[in-house]
Design a protein. Structure first.
Length: 289
């Protein structure tokens, strides 16, 4: 989850579609579910409404008065991002009302012209990007799925869409914030400590939370952590990133607006486990051609 960065100028929130990418068709399909990018303002607005239902109604995010009045989670990044959408094609309603899940995607070349990445408010992402000037970064965020669609099938479909997207745009590194519920890191001591001891990005990929917001993740000694319990306590999104080979930044950040504790995902494409490359690779080649 994310929050607004005032340094990026608003461009008519939700009034225009995201950047044109050349990926106008279906990026993946499983049964009645399909994934593709938003094509117009009505679909972006509908995605914002889905985000509101999850982040505000379900998880208790605060936000601004205008967001509550419109019942849409929106910020200035929406106008410069691509919006990956999952549709339930069996729902008997207009297409933009069939959206059941969404991801927000911000490519480095777009971020460079729009004021930067979202996550730089919480993590020293600019330092990491500068260290890898020959790499193309993609920031993922605002991931959410409606409760009745939170299944392995929907997660697989989102990854089909992401694979097609990164293949088409030749992305080298994925990054972005992922969240634990609540603003007390100690409530997730076991899981956060497991990430700190076993899943930290190291060497040239190490990246820290910004100093003024840094919260220690190493809350328990490694020998005191039951790994099975720690993994069971991980939020599904974080567990999904771990499965494909992601590592995490040093330190977490409390986001009071969204009532979350955030960690930074670091995932160079070459780290992704081979079985996932094989599983999604065929579809990404086919849909992104």
């Amino acid at each position: 989850m994310e929050k607004d960065l005032p340094s990026v100028a608003a461009r008519g929130l939700g009034a225009v579609p995201g950047p044109q990418t050349g990926l106008d068709g279906i990026l993946g399909r499983i049964g009645k579910l399909e994934v593709r990018l938003a094509r117009d303002a009505s679909e972006i607005a509908a995605a914002q409404a889905v985000r509101y239902r999850v982040f505000y109604d379900e998880l208790g995010a605060r936000g601004q008065v205008s967001q509550h009045l419109e019942q849409r989670d929106s910020d200035s990044f929406d106008a410069v991002c691509d919006h990956l959408l999952v549709f339930d094609t069996a729902l008997p309603m207009p297409e933009h009302k069939r959206i059941v899940g969404t991801y927000r995607l911000l490519r480095q070349e777009i971020a460079n012209t729009a004021g930067g990445f979202y996550s730089t408010d919480e993590f020293e992402l600019d330092t990491l990007v500068a260290r890898h000037a020959d790499r193309r970064f993609l920031e993922l965020g605002r991931s959410c799925v409606l409760p009745e669609y939170r299944s392995k099938r929907t997660v697989e479909l989102l990854w089909q869409g992401i694979w097609a997207y990164i293949h088409h745009h030749r992305v080298d590194v994925m990054t972005g914030c992922a969240s634990f519920p609540g603003t007390v890191p100690a409530a997730h001591a076991r899981a956060l400590s497991y990430l700190a001891h076993n899943c930290g990005a190291e060497g040239e990929w190490k990246v820290r939370a910004v100093a003024e917001r840094y919260q220690n993740m190493d809350l328990m000694p490694n020998e005191a952590i039951d790994s099975r319990t720690a993994l069971a306590e991980m939020p599904p999104l974080i567990k999904g990133y771990m499965r494909v080979g992601a590592r995490f930044g040093d330190g977490c950040v409390i986001d009071d607006d969204f009532c979350t504790t955030d960690v930074l995902v670091v995932l160079p494409v070459e780290w992704i486990a081979g079985r996932y490359v094989s599983y999604y690779g065929g579809d990404s080649q086919r849909f992104a051609a």
